[in-house]
Structures are given as structure tokens and as C-alpha cells.
Ligand binder design. Structure first.
Ligand code: UDP
Length: 482
């Protein structure tokens, strides 16, 4: 792998993700893609994320073949025992602005630990697009900054249109019974986007809400960066990408990143080692359990790294799964159920013994690729959605927050890759939608699911749109050093 070796005059990119699982894992994939192209990378993690990566992954040995790669760490400003999930995630926004921002500046300015002469100077920054303060610091240094948004292009576009939605009176939302009304304010999505499908941060009655303000203002600032990177592909989100380009012309759609990385690694070596970016310990016993199941017989259930379930929803979902009589593999993260987890009805425990398997964290990409998996009950996180598309697994969407409300609408209404169960958690509905997905309506999903999987694969293959877009990003990073 000679071309992976660091060159002394290499471009040197600082990658700085927002410190949560979904953001860190896809920016690590981008880091590896850059390393493969001979770009030096410094990856700036929060202390707490970094400790968990070291504990649960092989990330150090994975990157050891790239001499130009290194990790650095920075505080996220929160106490160690802060949950950093559910609705408490907005606390990270505040603490990063207060504590991390000035530290970041000190680290990046000449003499700081990111620029102290032991390595080539940082020549460009790729920062999480919800941390626009990085633009000011990079500009002060005279280096380009590219923003990476980990949400779907459609969600980014909906965020971008918030001022228009306020102007038209659609926001703040006034009455609950308006939720099914179609919106005119998000150009290109007028035929299917309802108030209910706006990103959860828009579900506010008061526009001064902290989460709402952050997504609106950070999105509006994007134009100040040298470019915007999105983990999507043209065939999937052409309409949103076209709209965004009118405002932010230098757009790189390079997804699905996990497929892009896999394809490039395979071009370098015959069987690339599997790697994990997980912040929890993966329980691989579920793969052995899957080996024993019939093809496409299992529904995989996971709500990602941030969702918090309340007891009522947990029980409804559980009844739905057990009563569907399907086999299920369910990820229940530690501390992800609020309230009392005791006194689970005997019917559910018996049903789980017979047909279910539960783990605290699964090797999700491998699970989705397993032939026994026939459906995915998901929270519609963007990474999960892309992983499901690439694995050609149809979805039942039960969105929790952020971009998930938009993503699930696209899956159900536009791409026809599954069913959107948004805002509903009722055992009979859950049972029925599982039966529809796994049996009764399976045929109507097969063709769109296979088609989208093929388009995703084509986009990252040589000459595909995401392949070409990534090459352009690499070239732009390289030329910015000259
Ligand atoms: N994931 C995993 N094992 C699990 C659950 C999730 O590896 O048991 C991974 C999943 O493959 C995805 C990420 O965690 O890459 C979750 O990101 P997503 O954007 O779907 O949701 P978020 O966690 O940000 O809400």
C-alpha cells in the first residue's frame, strides 16, 4: 500500500466531528478515505468519545497502516457522567460553544498542539457542519474549511428553509391537528412533506427553543465555508441536492460513505479487515444466532445510539414484535429505557425466549448484510437508513428526533423502501406493519429496494457520482496546499 504512506509535502487535514456516535463514525470513514489517497489526517475527538473508541474498537490498529494519521483530543466541556443522549444532547451544543471553541482556537493557532512544528501544518479543516465556529478559526489561519453535515440532504434543505417557514407562518406549529398539512415552504418537497415530517427540532411552539435556534443558525452559516460535504448520493436525493446547490454551489455528495470506503479498500486489498467504529461493545453472538435462522425470516430492531424509550413504548413495541410471530433481533442499549424496566409481562418474556434475541449493541452492518435478516425496524437515523439501503433491507421507520422525521417520510412515501410508523406506538399497528413488511406487502417493496441498492452501489463504483465527487474533494484538498 505504497500510496498510503505519508509524504513530507502532503496536504494535512484536520477532521473535527461533533462528539456523538453517528457523526464520529462517518467522519472516521471519511478520514480513512483521505488517508487512502495519501492525505495526512489529524482526527480531533472529544476525550470521552476517544476513550470509548479505544475501549471498544480496534481503531488504533486499523489506522496504524497510515503513518500520516493521528488522533488528538479535546474536552466537550461536559461532566463525565452527563448522559449525552436523548433530549440532553442539546447540552453538548452549549458546552462546545463555551468550553471547546476557545480551546480549539488555541490548539490550531501557530504554536498550539495541532500546529507545533512536529508535523506538517494543517492545510485545511473538515469540521462538523453544526460547529460553524470552526469557520472563523480556519479563516483566521488562512486555510480552507469544508463543512460535513451528517444528516440527509433533504433534512439539511428543510433546515435551510426554516426562515421561509417562519415567514409563511408555518412555524411555530400552532395546533396539533395541523400536523398532516402539506407544506409549501420547502421547495421541491411540496408534494409529500407535511408539518409532521419536519425535523423534530422544528416541533416547537416557541421559536427561541435552543435546539431549533442551533440548527437554524448553524445551517444558515454554511455558505461561509469553502464547501459542503454530504453523506448521500445523487440518485437518492437529487431534488434536495439541486435545491441546495442553488445556495451552496460547492457541494460534495460522497455517500453512502461506508460503501464508498468498502469499495476503495477492496481496490487496495483482496479482503479488507472488518472494522468497527462503535462506542459500545459489539455483541457478535447474535451473528451465530442469525446463522441458525431461515433466509429473510428475522426482523432486526435498533434505534441507534441516542434514542431513549419510555416504558409504555417499549411494551407496545415488544407486544407488536411477539404477536407478529416473527423472529426478531433487538438491540437495547444500556440505559436507553427510561423508567421502570421491571415486571415485564410473562407473555413477552416467553415470546422472546421462543423467537427473539436481544443484545446491548450489535455489529449492525454485518447484521443487515446477513441473509437471515428480512426487515429493519429502525429509528431512521441517517447512517442506519443508508446501511439498510446498501444491504437491500426494507424498513419500518419509527423516528425519534433530528432528521429522522424527514428520512422516514422519504423511505415510506418517496422511495417506497418501507413503511413510516411516525408518531404511532400501538401494539396492534406494530404487529400489522411487521406482518406487512415481512410477508403481506413484501412483494411491493422488493423492486424499489433492489433498485436503490443497485443505484447506491453504482454511485461509489469507479466513475459513479459519489466516487467522482470524493475524488474532486481530494483534489480540492490537495490543491489548497499549493
Ligand atoms: N449501530 C451499531 N450497532 C447497533 C446500533 C447502531 O453499529 O447496535 C451503528 C449503526 O450501524 C450506525 C450508527 O450506529 O452506523 C447509528 O447512526 P444513525 O445515524 O443511524 O443513528 P444515531 O445513532 O446517530 O441516532
Amino acid at each position: 500500500m505504497e500510496d498510503t504512506l505519508s509524504q513530507s509535502n502532503s496536504p494535512h487535514v484536520l477532521i473535527f466531528p461533533f462528539p456523538v456516535q453517528g457523526h464520529v463514525s462517518c467522519m472516521l470513514k471519511l478520514a480513512e478515505l483521505l488517508c487512502l489517497s495519501g492525505v495526512d489526517v489529524t482526527f480531533l475527538n472529544s476525550d470521552i468519545i476517544h476513550r470509548r473508541l479505544l475501549r471498544y474498537t480496534d481503531v488504533v490498529s486499523r489506522f496504524s497502516c497510515y503513518p500520516g494519521f493521528r488522533f488528538e483530543t479535546i474536552s466537550d466541556g461536559l461532566p463525565t457522567d452527563h448522559p449525552r443522549s436523548g433530549n440532553r444532547v442539546v447540552d453538548i451544543f452549549d458546552s462546545i460553544k463555551m468550553v471547546t471553541k476557545p480551546m480549539f482556537r488555541d490548539m490550531l493557532l501557530p504554536g498550539g498542539c495541532l500546529n507545533c512544528g512536529t508535523r506538517p501544518p494543517v492545510t485545511s479543516v473538515i469540521a462538523d457542519g453544526i460547529m460553524c465556529f470552526t469557520i472563523d478559526v480556519a479563516k483566521e489561519m488562512g486555510i480552507p474549511v469544508f463543512l460535513f453535515r451528517t444528516v440527509s440532504a433533504s433534512c439539511f434543505w428543510a433546515f435551510y428553509c426554516i426562515p421561509k417557514l417562519i415567514e409563511s407562518g408555518d412555524l411555530p406549529i400552532k395546533e396539533d391537528d395541523e400536523m398532516d398539512r402539506l407544506l409549501n415552504g420547502v421547495t421541491g418537497m411540496e408534494n409529500y412533506l407535511r408539518l409532521r415530517d419536519l425535523p423534530s427540532f422544528c416541533r416547537v411552539s416557541d421559536l427561541s427553543d435552543q435546539g431549533f435556534q442551533v440548527v437554524m443558525s448553524e445551517t444558515q452559516e454554511t455558505y461561509r465555508a469553502n464547501g459542503l460535504i454530504l453523506n448521500t448520493f445523487e440518485d437518492l436525493e437529487e431534488s434536495a441536492l439541486t435545491q441546495i446547490r442553488k445556495h451552496i454551489p460547492n457541494l460534495y455528495a460522497i455517500g453512502p460513505l461506508h460503501a464508498n470506503l468498502k469499495s476503495r479498500l477492496e481496490a487496495h486489498m483482496s479482503s479488507p479487515p472488518r472494522s468497527s467504529d462503535s462506542l459500545w461493545e459489539e455483541d457478535r453472538t447474535c451473528m451465530t444466532w442469525l446463522d441458525e435462522q431461515a433466509p429473510k425470516s428475522v426482523i432486526y430492531v435498533s434505534f441507534g445510539s441516542m434514542t431513549m424509550l419510555n416504558r409504555e413504548d417499549l411494551i407496545e413495541l415488544w407486544y407488536g414484535l411477539v404477536n407478529s410471530n416473527k423472529k426478531f433481533l433487538w438491540v437495547i442499549r444500556p440505559n436507553s429505557v427510561a423508567g421502570d424496566g421491571r415486571n415485564i409481562p410473562a407473555h413477552l418474556l416467553e415470546g422472546t425466549m421462543k423467537r427473539g434475541y436481544m443484545v446491548r449493541w450489535a455489529p449492525q452492518e454485518d447484521v443487515l448484510a446477513h441473509q437471515a435478516v428480512g426487515g429493519f425496524l429502525t429509528h431512521s437515523g441517517w447512517n442506519s437508513t443508508l446501511e439498510s439501503i446498501v444491504a437491500a433491507v426494507p424498513m419500518i421507520c419509527w423516528p425519534y428526533y433530528a432528521d429522522q422525521q424527514v428520512n422516514s417520510r422519504l423511505v415510506g412515501e418517496v422511495w417506497k423502501l418501507g413503511f413510516d410508523m411516525k408518531d404511532i406506538c400501538d401494539r396492534v399497528i406494530v404487529e400489522n406493519v411487521i406482518k406487512d413488511l415481512m410477508d403481506r406487502k413484501r412483494d411491493e417493496l422488493t423492486r424499489p429496494v433492489d433498485r436503490m441498492m443497485k443505484l447506491a452501489t453504482r454511485s461509489v463504483a469507479e466513475g459513479g457520482t459519489s466516487y467522482t465527487s470524493l475524488n474532486r474533494l481530494i483534489e480540492d484538498i490537495k490543491t489548497s496546499t499549493k
